[in-house]
Write a protein that binds this ligand. Structure first.
Ligand SMILES: Cc1cc2nc3c(=O)[nH]c(=O)nc-3n(C[C@H](O)[C@H](O)[C@H](O)COP(=O)(O)OP(=O)(O)OC[C@H]3O[C@@H](n4cnc5c(N)ncnc54)[C@H](O)[C@@H]3O)c2cc1C
Length: 644
């Protein structure tokens, strides 16, 4: 293959600034100059690429609308069924047979696209949908780059690859924004779209090197000499993009996230600047400048959110009331609580970026955390007896407070709560501050993300590990609140939470207490808390047990827990509908129990280590379309991994 023939590294240039040696002319003219067929293709193919992207987005959007309609119909059906017979839940027979074909097809699609994985080592994998989109994207890029480039028996793709590469920039930038237009259209959270942001950027790198290699092969001389500014800008852009894509791979991001963020900002700035200067020399600047707009739009919306929800700091008195209370709830776990105006609304499971100047190394450093409480009014107060126990816990640990939204009493502000696990950087410093307790200035930027809506499911399973309970707790509290208001919402909830030490139950103790106390009687709730550190809780020797057998509440509490929290035993036993277990849960048992007992669709919500999500997917893969055809439930899976 050769691309000899074009005299400049041009995408669209024709006439006076291109010799177009050997290029076919189609007889049309542009500004008085004849335009070559290849120049026209270099202009139309990037546009065709964008049509393709827009069609894909439209299909995903239609799928989303169909999903909404399906959920709405299921809710209506469930309402009709349950209002007739809400007292006699458990008597409804599950349909089977060919009427289930559409549901079976949807489940088959979920199994293949989202629950089948391609593993890259033990800790990283992508699902088949991501793998397929990656390959399809690469195929599309190279097809549009190479097709119809043969002129006089020679392939001339130097200009085309440049044009197709330039056209990728708005897409890549749009995929990486926090205020993400593609996310709003598709309903996919910005943290999940980040995979496509990285993938498209890496594909662009391949294309850019292909483009550069082509011109290097032809020879960097004349208008393409390295002394020419447009080539120097091209080199700047190529080096910057290469560094962003090659240096900041996952392990580096993991070890030095802030270094990555700052370097990413600077390198991308030089990449876009270089790309713009080079591309505008070839009349392709129109693909590059929209990236500044997208970036600016994101920053303006962020600034707007920050102003709208933190304006208390601008008030006389410096907004002391906006400061966050920081406390250590259990070893390695911090809880942040602060108030924000009543006009702030969030969905359960959404996250926010928090900036704490007193904690961070860099002034604009922000960290994402999931809002652990639901945006719902506090439920009716628990019984006096329970309140007494709760108060005793408050006094012993000073760490148990409800994560439900409450009013301050003085104003209609809402309380936001975050549960944070100590890591090695920012959170480690925060933990040191939390040890002493106190107040911190905090900037809230959010809410972000597209969490699942659970009201139309018959059975909902929550599987959380450690701080992953931020995600499941808010969804759980919200769901029970809605079920209290409308008895036709949800029939059964299984809430499984795995913690290392029993004292970590403090993270959401009050919520559990309140939710379990005030849950509607017709809603079946089973809370299972698994404690993995063997020394923390132990069974009496007379009692038979397995790693997952329920733990008797008459079991002795180990010194680890007993010493730390006097009265803790009472607190644990105060939680109704709750069983305690030693060791990790059997994901398979929990999921089969949920699916076997379901009378409608099932939602499984997971927030925990990668291996758990993998395990859940493995179990759900075996529950394929044939199970649905036999009358089994349709199962949706939502995974939050607390990572990009
Ligand atoms: C959408 C989302 C929601 C999250 N919700 C919670 C939550 O509710 N509770 C909780 O404990 N953790 C949550 N996390 C994880 C939390 O953001 C990180 O643990 C925290 O930022 C680590 O800070 P560090 O400096 O102490 O980390 P380090 O010890 O420096 O690094 C630990 C890990 O955190 C990653 N990390 C570091 N800084 C950031 C950052 N600014 N943005 C994204 N990742 C970063 C690193 O890449 C590394 O993988 C969430 C993450 C995401 C993406």
């Amino acid at each position: 293959m050769s691309s000899k023939g074009n005299a400049t590294a041009s995408g669209l240039t024709s006439g006076s600034n291109s010799t177009m040696a050997g290029a076919k002319m189609n007889g049309t003219s542009h500004g008085g100059h004849p335009v070559s067929v290849s120049a026209i293709r270099n202009k139309t193919y990037p546009t065709e690429f964008w049509y393709c992207v827009l069609v894909l987005l439209a299909i995903i959007c239609l799928g989303r609308v169909a999903g909404f309609i399906g959920s709405w119909r299921r809710r209506r059906h469930a309402q009709a069924l349950k209002t007739r017979d809400v007292e006699n839940r458990g008597t409804v027979a599950r349909r089977s047979g060919w009427t289930r074909l559409p549901t079976a097809a949807v489940n088959a699609w979920r199994v293949v696209a989202f629950r089948s994985e391609i593993a890259f080592g033990p800790y990283y994998s992508i699902n088949l949908a991501e793998g397929f989109i990656t390959l399809a994207y690469l195929a599309a890029l190279f097809t549009w780059s190479l097709i119809n480039t043969t002129i006089n028996g020679q392939m001339q793709y130097g200009g085309r690859t440049g044009a197709i590469a330039a056209a990728q920039l708005p897409l890549i930038v749009a995929l990486g924004m926090r205020n993400n237009i593609i996310g709003w259209i598709t309903g996919i959270g910005y943290e999940k779209l980040n995979y496509m942001h990285r993938t498209t950027a890496r594909a662009l790198l391949v294309l850019v090197w292909f483009h550069a290699g082509t011109w290097i092969k032809i020879g960097l001389e004349g208008p393409n000499a390295v002394t020419e500014p447009q080539i120097q800008w091209a080199l700047t852009a190529t080096i910057a993009l290469t560094l962003v894509c090659i240096v900041f791979v996952r392990p580096v991001r993991h070890r030095a996230y802030e270094v990555f963020i700052i370097s990413h900002f600077l390198l991308v700035f030089f990449f876009i600047l270089g790309a713009y200067m080079h591309a505008s020399d070839h009349k392709l600047g129109r693909y590059v400048w929209p990236t500044w707009l997208l970036w600016g739009f994101d920053r303006i919306v962020r600034a707007g959110r920050i102003l709208a929800f933190n304006h208390g700091y601008l008030m006389p008195g410096g907004g002391v009331a906006c400061n966050a209370t920081v406390e250590r709830v259990a070893d390695g776990f911090i809880r942040l609580r602060f108030h924000r105006p009543a006009h702030l609304h969030w969905l359960p499971g959404q996250s926010a970026h928090l900036t704490m100047p007193a904690v961070s190394k860099f002034p604009f450093e922000s960290h994402p955390f999931t809002i652990a409480n639901a945006d719902v009014p506090a439920p009716p107060a628990p019984t006096m007896e329970k309140m007494k126990i709760e108060n005793s816990m408050e006094s012993t640990s000073s760490s148990s407070s409800s994560t439900m939204t409450v009013s301050t009493g003085e104003s209609s502000d809402k309380e936001l709560i975050f549960i944070i696990k100590k890591q090695q950087g920012f959170t480690r410093h925060l933990d040191q501050i939390a040890k002493q307790g106190g107040k911190l200035k905090i900037l809230f930027d959010g809410p972000y993300g597209h969490p699942p809506r659970l009201v139309h499911y018959d059975t909902v399973v929550f599987l959380a590990y450690g701080s992953g309970v931020s995600f499941t707790n808010s969804l759980f509290v919200d769901l029970v609140y809605r079920a209290r208001a409308d008895p036709t919402i949800c029939r059964s909830i299984i809430f499984v939470w795995t913690i290392r030490h029993a004292d970590q139950v403090n993270l959401i103790y009050s919520d559990l207490l309140q939710v379990l106390e005030t849950a509607p009687p017709a809603l079946h709730i089973s809370v299972r808390i698994h404690v993995t550190a063997t020394a923390t809780l132990s069974l009496s020797t007379s009692e038979p047990w397995s790693p997952t057998s329920p733990m008797s509440m008459t079991s002795p509490i180990s010194p680890v827990f007993g010493e730390k929290k006097s009265g803790a035993y009472d607190n644990l036993s105060a939680l109704s509908k709750t069983t305690w277990h030693n060791g990790r849960p059997s994901v398979e048992t929990v999921l089969h129990e949920a699916m076997d007992g379901a009378q409608g669709s099932v939602a499984v919500n997971v927030c925990g280590p990668h291996t758990v999500a993998k395990d859940v997917k493995r179990v759900l893969r075996s529950h394929g379309p044939s199970s649905v055809l036999r009358g089994g439930p349709s199962v949706s899976l939502f995974v939050d991994s607390f990572s990009f």
